[in-house]
Write a protein that binds this ligand. Sequence first.
Ligand code: SAM
Length: 256
Amino acid sequence: THFGFRTVREEDKESLVRGVFSSVADNYDLMNDAMSGGVHRCWKSAFIERLAPAPDTRLLDVAGGTGDIALRFLDYVREQNGGALGAAHVTVFDINPEMLRVGAQRFSKLGLENGGPHVSFVEGNAEELAGIEDNSMDAYTIAFGIRNCTHIDRVIRQAYRVLKPGGRFMVLEFGKVNNPLLSTLYDAYSFRVIPHLGQILANDRDSYQYLVESIRKFPTQQQFVDMMKHEGFQVVGQGYEDLTFGVATIWSGWKL
Ligand code: SAM
């Protein structure tokens, strides 16, 4: 591929990822539906149900992109709280201004503008979380974002920093498929079909090739639990839950 992903230096990964998401921003929601057959919607809803936010939850949604998690968070609070948003607040945090722009458009269509009481958009790097205060958040979510970061350990460390004691860290990401037959089918689908779909639907094969490769390189379910524990998080039970045989996985940890 012309990006040369396989030989990319660590310093370059960030700008490379920026390029990928700038080029996919406008098609991002459509492509998610096309590639996952709409299943990403179920995973994201399950993710928010596990979080079970309260009407006063302050959430930091990192790599929040076009706002899928933030919208579900506010919907959940509304449903549980008799139609009211209470003091719920979500900060959508993303390194890419194009993704945030698409997200902000979705919220303004719903009358939830930036600067309003329930949502704000912040541009920045998950490895730094500049501008987010220590011990300030009840919950931290990152959905399909952490595998794009160069230093996963730094991302987890920053999550720990900004959470209040008692706060919860939740990750939704592609896992390793735990069924041998399905795993073979999944490999065939992701290596053969997804780059083609990227070409046909978005005229952008390389970005989708990159996405597939980044899934391969991500740690296993247990390796990621060990990284969370290493940064100080406590887990309940095994610390993760596989969705769809581990095609996606939810990890959860507590700052105590
Ligand atoms: N969370 C959204 C969702 O589930 O639909 C968006 C996921 S999208 C696959 C990944 C997002 O991660 C992109 O919006 C990208 O800009 C963002 N991202 C990549 N690297 C990042 C970093 N180092 N810090 C913050 N955001 C980052």
